[in-house]
Design a protein around this ligand. Structure first.
Ligand code: ADP
Ligand code: MG
Length: 332
């Protein structure tokens, strides 16, 4: 409904006071789904009992739940960023399998007193990020809840490629990353001190810049194992090491901290490597490749070797467990 036409026509001021309670469920759904465009793979989008779409190859599914106060704070992130992030973190999981995103469903719980403007901005963020990720919103559910609760489920397709698992890394592989490392953690450090800049780092905390297409690129290049970095590079590569039964050894000299990470680290008297190695939420792609098959614009950071006789799978930096200024001996 447009502000200037129809029974819902109201002044801008009255609109800004409007809440989900006064809007009602079906108008709320309309706020989220209006203006959506569907790809040719989707034959039934929002509005019927189920959605219908084609997948090429195996279907790949992933889901994430975001809860106000746990995963985001409305005072730190505006609705548009929350909408973008809800899509981005899910699309990154599909990318990390080497899959191509196809469609998603979005379920939203929200308090009745939430302003309609919040929902409208949230929907804008969802639609913008969905477009970037190349994914269509095909359905969902909308309900009242005490806290804002967002569940996105994404569906991708393998298009004839094998999915890239965490368990495929082999001794002799090279470890490489595409995307940002440490930006979101640097942004969080800034926000926690009540600051708003550097804006690039803060922006990464509000919504990750997922390197869309990188996962498929890695899969096509023959990646043996892959994931998206959500908990921190050391922790996440630890999952590959564990699942593959290997040791991953990173070369500190290969890391080039990005400018916003260096700026925040020096302002906070920290080693930028702490943000890079232990900061999550940037959703970069990290993958292992057979030597010689790393795609051009991926940053090589280390290598995979076999576990020695009674050595456990683990991640090392320059051959040693990381003992950064945060005192992480977790990987020892
Ligand atoms: P049902 O009663 O079958 O659950 P609903 O009334 O909940 O149907 O939803 C009506 C239509 O709107 C469905 O096609 C559903 O997929 C879609 N829909 C509801 N909420 C959302 C949402 N948050 N995002 C996208 N589509 C939605
Ligand atoms: Mg429903």
């Amino acid at each position: 409904m447009d502000a200037t036409t129809g029974p819902g026509a109201t002044s801008r001021d009255a609109r800004s006071m409007e809440t989900l309670d006064s809007l009602g469920e079906f108008a709320a759904i309309d706020q989220v789904t209006r203006g959506l465009t569907m790809s040719s793979a989707v034959s039934v989008g929002p509005g019927d009992d189920s959605a219908v779409f084609l997948v090429n190859g195996s279907a790949v599914v992933s889901t994430d739940l975001l809860i106000e106060g746990v995963h985001f704070r409305t005072e730190w992130s505006d609705a548009e960023h929350i909408g973008r992030k809800a899509v981005a973190v899910n699309a990154a999981d599909l990318e990390a399998m080497g899959a191509t995103p196809v469609s998603m469903v979005l379920s939203l719980g929200a308090p009745g007193e939430l302003p309609t403007s919040w929902l409208r901005e949230f929907a804008t963020g969802v639609q913008q990020e969905a477009e970037r990720a190349g994914i269509c919103l095909v359905g969902g559910d909308t309900t009242r809840a005490r806290d804002i609760t967002i569940n996105v489920t994404v569906i991708g397709q393998t298009e004839g490629r094998e999915p890239v698992l965490r368990s495929g890394a082999r001794a002799g592989d090279v470890v490489a990353v595409k995307g940002r490392l440490g930006w979101a953690a640097a942004g969080l450090a800034v926000l926690a001190r009540g600051f708003r800049s550097p804006r690039a780092a803060v922006g990464s905390q509000r919504c990750p810049q997922v390197p869309y297409g990188a996962g498929r690129e890695a899969a096509a290049a023959g990646a043996t194992a892959m994931l998206d970095v959500s908990d921190g590079l050391l922790a996440d590569l630890g999952h590959i090491a564990q699942a593959s039964g290997v040791v991953i050894d990173l070369d500190r000299a290969r890391f080039e901290p990005d400018e916003p990470v260096r700026t925040v680290a020096s302002a906070h008297g920290k080693d930028p490597m702490v943000f890079i190695l232990t900061g999550g939420e940037d959703h970069a792609m990290a993958a292992c490749f057979p030597p010689g098959s790393v795609p051009d614009d991926w940053q090589v950071l280390g290598q995979v070797r076999a576990c020695e006789s009674d050595e456990a799978p683990r991640v090392l930096v320059d051959g040693l467990p990381w003992q950064g200024s945060e005192g992480w001996d977790h990987f020892a």
